[in-house]
Design a protein around this ligand. Structure first.
Ligand code: THU
Length: 160
């Protein structure tokens, strides 16, 4: 028997000014997307912006429903829009901004497990690492690939 310790690296920025121009632009787009969030039930508003390998930015926000399971998170709304409209483009980066009542919480809004699994799907499909930027008021976190937030990914594309 052996015990293995996993470690992940991620970057912490204390302000958008410390980030690259591309990342800053994506972060800004996720904040714009947050404004379109429809979350009358939770009042937790989230926006996501995805940069495609063709340079386009696709936005999404959480959309809730009175029959609660029928709603969808911002990240999946954005990924499904990106894949439906640009099926052959890799999603190279995603920024997420979220918080209570259209504000940004101090620490980043981190994606749920289902959204991480969907990120894994599209990263696996394209073969291009998808970086994930999570915005908080006090800290912005950047992960270089989906494995860093979802170790031991189930890769359905391996099913024979
Ligand atoms: N939500 C997102 O859109 N993304 C996240 O990363 C976390 C949660 C949404 C789902 C629901 O509309 C609301 O936030 C509260 O869970």
């Amino acid at each position: 028997m052996k015990t293995i310790r996993l470690s992940i690296n991620y970057e912490i920025y204390s302000s958008p000014e410390e980030m690259s121009k591309e990342d800053r632009e994506l972060l800004e787009a996720s904040k714009e997307a947050q404004k379109t969030s429809y979350a009358p039930y939770s009042k937790y508003n989230v926006g996501a912006a995805i940069r495609l390998d063709n340079g386009l930015i696709i936005k999404g926000s959480n959309q809730e429903n009175a029959a609660s399971p029928d709603g969808l998170c911002a990240e999946r709304t954005a990924m499904f829009a990106a894949s439906a409209n640009y099926p052959d483009s890799a999603m190279v980066s995603m920024a997420i901004s979220g918080g209570n009542g259209f504000s940004t919480d101090d620490l980043p809004c981190t994606p749920c497990g289902s959204c991480r699994q969907v990120m894994a799907e599209y990263q696996g499909k394209s073969g291009v690492p998808m970086s994930i930027i999570m915005a908080g008021k006090k800290e912005i976190w950047k992960f270089k690939k989906v494995e860093d937030i979802l170790p031991f990914i189930f890769n359905g594309l391996e099913i024979k």
